[in-house]
Structures are given as C-alpha cells and as structure tokens.
Ligand binder design. Structure first.
Ligand SMILES: Cc1ncc(COP(=O)(O)O)c(C=O)c1O
Length: 393
C-alpha cells in the first residue's frame, strides 16, 4: 500500500488553516503538549551554537574518524568493548536511517532479489522499488508475540531460491505497531538466522526508535549480536532524526558488524562509494551535532531532555491504549513508541473516512496507524471513541 505519508501530513496542515479541530496523527515527529516541534532544548541550542567551521565545510564522505567512533560507541553503549572484541565493526554516515536502508539495498542486493520483511511494516518497499527489489513477507504476530514459526518457515522458503537475503527487523518500538521484541524472541531470531547456513544473510537491524523503548536495558538485545555466525553480516540503521528530533537535518548511519575483518572493510568501502555516487556526503552540521552530543557532558544534558519526551510519549500511548481497551477498540500488540495501529477491515477506505472528519492517519496492512507522538494528551482524550464511531467498529 504505497500511500505518501508526507502528502497526508500536508493535507492535515492545509485543513488546519481552515479548521481548529484537526487531528494530525499522520507523521512520526514529536510535538510537545503546546503543539510545538523542538521538544529538546539542548538539541535546538546546540544547533544554534554551531560555528562556521562546524556548518560550512564539506565533510568526510563517511562522517570522518570521530563520527565513526562516536556513532559506534553511542549505539553499542556499554556493550561496545564486549562486541568489538568479538566482531569487526565500522560505520558510514548516511542521510537519516533512510539513507542507511537505501544504501544497504543498493550495496548488498542484486536487482530482482527479494528483501525479507514482516507483513506489517514501515514503507521499506519505497526503497525496494528504487533498488528494483521485491518483498517477501512473513507474519509479524502470532497472538501477542512475534511469529517465529512464520519467520523461520518463510525464510527457509526464500533461502531455497535466493542465496543472499536482506532480513529486516525493526525494533524496538516497531513502526507502525509499537511492538517491542522480548530478549527471548530476539535471540530466537538470531538462532534462525544462524540456521540458514547455506545462505548469506544481511541482517538489517532498523533501530530508529532505540531511545524510545521502555525496556530496562534498551541495548541488551544489541549485546547478543556476537552470537551471529560468519554467514550473517549485521547492518544497524541508526536514525539521528528520531534520536535527537532533528528530522530535517538528515543525520544517520549504517553500522557494519561482522565476524570477518575483510568483509567489514570491504563493505565500508562500498558504502562510501555508494554515498559518494549518490548523496555525496551527509551534511556537516549533522555530523558535528552528533559529535557534540557524543561528549559526556552534552550527552547527559540530552538524556535529561529525552527522559522528559519519553515520559510524555508514554503517557500519550497509555491514555490512547487504555481508552481503546475500555471501549473494545482493537489495536495490534503495543509496548511503547511513537505509533499504534487500530485494526480495521478496509484501511485504505477507513483512513479517508477519518480524514473527512479531519482526523489524519495512515493506512497500513490490517489497520490505520496513529502517530501519537505528534498529538497532545488533550487531543488523545476521546480520540478512540471518535474513531470507533466514525468507522463504525
Ligand atoms: C522504522 C523506521 N525506520 C527508519 C526511519 C527513517 O528515519 P530517518 O530517515 O528520518 O532517520 C523511520 C522514519 O519514520 C522509521 O519509522
């Protein structure tokens, strides 16, 4: 279902010029309770404080040694030492997590191949179309958990006809459902990847919403990556857009982890080549902003802002989910994050019906997605009831 989320958001913004009751739940950007963007003052101030030297020059294509080191440390967190002792790790700056995904398709797949994705997902097909790739699906859910059986059997089927497979896992805070894998589910996924020994697996681990998970240790699952055997290469897609709320700055990275030094080195070169021949280089201000927040003092200030945002995001979703539950409005299993999906029979008609009532949301496989991150708690109060009534659910 190739709807244009940015277009739905534009329609909502246009409608808001004429009506004051517009609910714009279309897009994954955090807005504060006063409907203002820029919920992280430390980030906004750091951007305003960038000097000419941090803004204007061309950057290194991969972000440069400081960025590479910083982004690896940031994502691997306290497990960095343990992981880098067991795996060869490198990184390349990309314009957002999107750049990491698009370049992985281009670097690691052959046109005509299929990427392996869940039936409910963010719009990976947009990147696949451009790279002339098809999608091959597994079921995401079995009851309230991840459907490991479908994941395993469908991967085995694809493995029979295609040697190299890009397997995408979007976790934590899966977009669009807000589902987060348990550690046991994650480890089982890794075991299934290990069992595909006749294939070459590229495990594209999209953790755009890493900082918004409410797990006790949101990097614990990353610490299991060294369990992966030599036929599996991991590419972590890091999104600075979501991490720092800097959606327009196009900050991201592809982090390469493998058991082979030569493969990691070769892939790094291929990502650099891909970058140079397409977007050229990730914007200097983004790279410098990231390097600033990698310094401990700034990181601590950022974490305080993040904590506030996380509390708000969680309060919004708790409010929506509990109201929905009370009136019997069904959603996909939700744990935390920016979005939730209300289950409906005809998503591509239902989202249009909602838009007629000035509620803007996005159709997905099996339902309509609401970006609760962009709604105030006032807007969320009574929203499930409105949805139920309009869609006659
Ligand atoms: C699951 C997921 N991955 C990756 C991205 C990419 O974000 P960006 O390119 O802005 O970093 C998004 C953005 O919405 C997303 O929802």
């Amino acid at each position: 279902m190739a709807v244009d989320i940015l277009k739905i958001s534009k329609d909502a913004i246009e409608a808001a010029k004429h009506h004051n009751d517009v609910i714009n739940a279309s897009i994954g950007m955090f807005y504060d309770e006063d409907k203002k963007i820029g919920g992280m003052p430390t980030v906004s101030n750091a951007i305003k404080g960038l000097t000419d030297d941090e803004l204007l020059p061309y950057p290194a294509v991969d972000g440069g040694p400081a960025f590479r080191k910083n982004v690896i440390s940031w994502v691997l967190g306290k497990y960095e030492k343990e992981i880098t002792e067991k795996m060869f790790v490198s990184a390349c700056a990309t314009p957002g997590g999107s750049g990491a995904i698009a370049s992985t398709f281009s670097v690691c797949a052959t046109p005509g191949d299929s990427i392996f994705v869940s039936d409910i997902r963010w719009q990976y097909e947009r990147f696949a179309d451009r790279a002339k790739l098809n999608v091959f699906e597994h079921h995401l859910f079995k009851g309230d958990g991840f459907d490991l059986d479908s994941f395993k059997s469908r991967l085995e089927s694809l493995g029979k006809t295609q040697k190299r497979i890009i397997v995408i896992i979007n976790d934590p805070c899966h977009n669009p459902t807000g589902f987060t894998l348990s550690e046991t589910e994650f480890k089982s996924i890794l075991s299934i990847l290990n069992e595909q020994r006749n294939n070459e697996i590229i495990f594209l681990y999209d953790l755009a919403y890493l900082e918004y998970s409410h797990e006790t240790d949101n990097r614990k699952k990353i610490s299991y990556l060294p369990l992966l055997e030599s036929h599996v290469t991991t590419i972590i897609a890091f999104s600075g857009s979501k991490t720092f709320g800097v959606y327009g700055m196009r900050l991201g990275a592809a982090i390469i982890l493998s058991q082979s030094e030569s493969r990691t080195k070769e892939l790094h070169l291929r990502y650099v080549n891909e970058a140079r021949g397409s977007w050229s280089a990730t914007p200097t201000p983004s790279i410098e902003l990231f390097n600033k927040f990698a310094e401990e003092k700034h990181r601590q200030d950022f974490l305080k802002d993040l904590e506030k945002i996380n509390a708000i995001v969680q309060a919004r979703s708790a409010s929506f989910v509990s109201q929905a539950r009370e009136i019997g409005l069904k959603t996909h299993p939700f744990r935390s994050g920016f979005y939730t999906v209300v289950l409906t029979k005809n998503p591509d008609q239902d989202y249009l019906k909602l838009a007629e009532h000035r509620i803007f949301a996005v159709p997905m496989n099996g339902g309509v997605r609401f970006a609760l991150c962009s709604l105030s708690q006032k807007e969320i109060l009574g929203l499930p009831q409105k949805i139920k009534k309009i869609l006659n659910l």
